[in-house]
Ligand binder design. Structure first.
Ligand SMILES: Nc1ncnc2c1ncn2[C@@H]1O[C@H](COP(=O)(O)OP(=O)(O)OP(=O)(O)O)[C@@H](O)[C@H]1O
Ligand SMILES: [Mg+2]
Length: 311
């Protein structure tokens, strides 16, 4: 299957300074891919390169198997982009805004009306279709901008910081709609954000970019495994482990590292696959296990650990 996005050693410099530096990755159809990075990391530049809005200095980017450097127009027919500053005509009623952009995107006239109604309903704006976005709240404007990005029914969506500047409630409602888009229509989504919680909620795979370089790429579980080597398992025992029991656990071949705090044992094993053997080992040594919890790392912990490795 052709990957939806394939990027190889992609580089773009501005006045000799790389904004995107030797970046390689691929995104498969139906994925929600999150690109995380601080201000100036190169996220927006990457989105523009992938849509053929900017020429690369080196390397290649293909979208739907087409070269972004030369086939931008054909790519953009099948992508929807929500930019950081969505431009809407503030004084044109919401419906007219969508009609204008839909016509520009080449949506056939007979399909446009139903499509607009469907999108206004999906983005919970059906009661406000005849109002002007000039009088909308930021969250409503953002939902209208999302509707605009979807007018031509694109298969691949680029959302560049879709919730920046929104209050937590409006941000959550935009996120919920993005999740629904992915779930109900199986669209491929690339989401640029600095909001780690948002990425954790929405994305199946993430990339961390800083100063143009892709520092990490994979599922959060894969990244955690690379960053921390092995899985820490927290085991609660009652009664608290005796010195003999601790020695026995330390002697287990699956236990790479063992730490003790009262009735808790923290044991590092190579991978989650070793957890049953660890449990069996503790039980055989006479330990009474109350709770076993493999440690999971939040995207926030992963993100900062990746950046730490770079500084
Ligand atoms: N048109 C341009 N001309 C010159 N420099 C540019 C241009 N576009 C981007 N840059 C530079 O490229 C680097 C990456 O910028 P980019 O906008 O891609 O970052 P970003 O990750 O989207 O940041 P933010 O989170 O602030 O939106 C920055 O140093 C920026 O100054
Ligand atoms: Mg940006």
């Amino acid at each position: 299957m052709t990957p939806t996005i394939q990027v190889d050693s992609l580089t773009r410099t501005f006045k000799g300074r790389p904004a995107v530096d030797q970046v390689s990755f691929r995104v498969e159809p139906g994925e929600v891919f999150g690109l995380l990075g601080p201000n100036g990391a190169g996220k927006t530049t990457l989105v523009r390169l992938l849509n053929g809005l900017l020429e690369p200095t080196g390397g290649t980017a293909t979208v739907f198997g087409m070269d972004a450097a030369t086939q931008g127009e054909a790519i953009r027919k099948r992508t929807g982009v929500l930019t950081e500053t969505p431009s809407l005509y503030e004084r044109l009623p919401a419906i007219e805004n969508l009609r204008f952009f839909g016509t520009m995107y080449g949506v056939p006239a007979n399909e446009l009306g139903p499509r607009i109604n469907q999108l206004l309903t999906f983005f919970e704006l059906d009661a406000r279709g005849h109002d002007r976005p000039g009088g909308f709240s930021k969250g409503m404007k953002q939902r209208l901008a999302l509707a605009r990005a979807l007018l031509h029914n694109p298969e691949l969506l680029f959302f560049d910081e879709p919730t920046s500047g929104l209050d937590p409630e409006a941000a959550r409602s935009v996120d919920d709609l993005i999740a629904r888009l992915s779930r109900e229509s199986g669209r491929t989504i690339m989401l640029c954000t600095h909001n780690l919680e948002e990425a954790q909620r929405l994305c199946s795979r993430i990339g961390v970019i800083n100063r143009g370089k892709l520092l990490a790429f994979g599922t959060p579980a894969e990244l955690a495994r690379d960053l921390w080597q092995g899985t820490w398992v927290d085991v609660t025992l009652n009664p608290a482990p005796t010195t003999e029991l601790i020695q026995a656990v330390k002697g287990l071949s699956v236990a790479l590292n063992t730490q003790v705090a009262g009735e808790h044992l923290a044991v590092q094993v190579e991978s989650p696959k070793n957890i049953p053997a660890l449990i069996a080992g503790i039980v055989n040594a006479g330990g009474q296990i109350m709770k076993v919890l493999p440690r999971e790392y939040s995207l926030e912990e992963i993100y900062f650990k990746v950046q730490e490795g770079e500084s």
